[in-house]
Design a protein around this ligand. Sequence first.
Ligand SMILES: [Zn+2]
Ligand SMILES: [Zn+2]
Length: 330
Amino acid sequence: MKSLVLGNRKALVEEVPDPAPEKEWVIVRIESTPICGSDKSAFLSETPVRNAGHEGSGVVVDSAGSTLLRNGDRVILNPLSGCGTCELCLTGNYIYCPDKPPFGTHFAQFVKVQDFVCTVFPEDISYDTAAMACCALGPAFSSIKRMNLRAFDTLLVTGLGPVGMGAVVIAKFLGARVIALDTVPFRKKMALEVLGADVVLDAADPGVKEKIREAAKPSRLVRAIDASGNPAAERLCIDALEPGGVISFVGENHDEIPIRPSEDFIRKGLTLMGSWHCNLNDRAEMISLLRRSPLVKRLITDTFGFSAVQTAFEKFMGGDACKVILKPWQ
Ligand SMILES: [Zn+2]
Ligand SMILES: [Zn+2]
């Protein structure tokens, strides 16, 4: 089968052996596999990377050892893996399982995946739309559920990469107002004109905090998602929200940010949390979102076959794109 190898700013197709099924690990023929922001490091790596790509959708073609899936099932390939037996896995929070077995790249024609991390989806949802359930919608989906976002609320979204755009889509589906921030003109325009964000501000504007507060009126601004991973934006969420606010971090940041327990927590009553991906038990609601929100498919800005994979990565790396989908059979 064809599979991708990334590194040194190159994306190349190579021939590798087809995977074989084993116990609960089924074989899925991949029909749609989006590039994730976290795949950038593989593309830029100085050594070849053969295990990038963890989003996608496809059809089960060999389910020999599975009691959950059958051949022909159309499935969303949720990111990552889990042991399948610990309390976290059994409650659907497999994403936090401390004992993750390694799994194959989704930048391939076939992949061997665990049956329980797949979401079966119906015929009326396309493979490309279904693939948005992975990193485009998943991180914000669980954040928005946990913070109980309502139509009466205004949501501040800092960072309009694919994850932040996903937050805009879900917030608009629920009827909330959205104030979104970024510095990239393409992203600001897309959030405003394509996804329907209510107010889009420039994150580099020194007066942005006051502009956020002004834009939120007359409601109190008490909900925020940071999808940038930028320390200044994370701190801006803490400072821009009013007392009692709830913030979810979904943009990766492995460094520290300043937190003042008295000012931020004791005297302001903020709640800070984070989210990596949604709970598997939210499958039915995710299917409903994919089916009923006309905005989901608008997250896809580009589609390329494996035959044009270098162009696909260059487009994604350039920033003037949201979700870029790869088609392994084209
Ligand atoms: Zn991802
Ligand atoms: Zn587990």
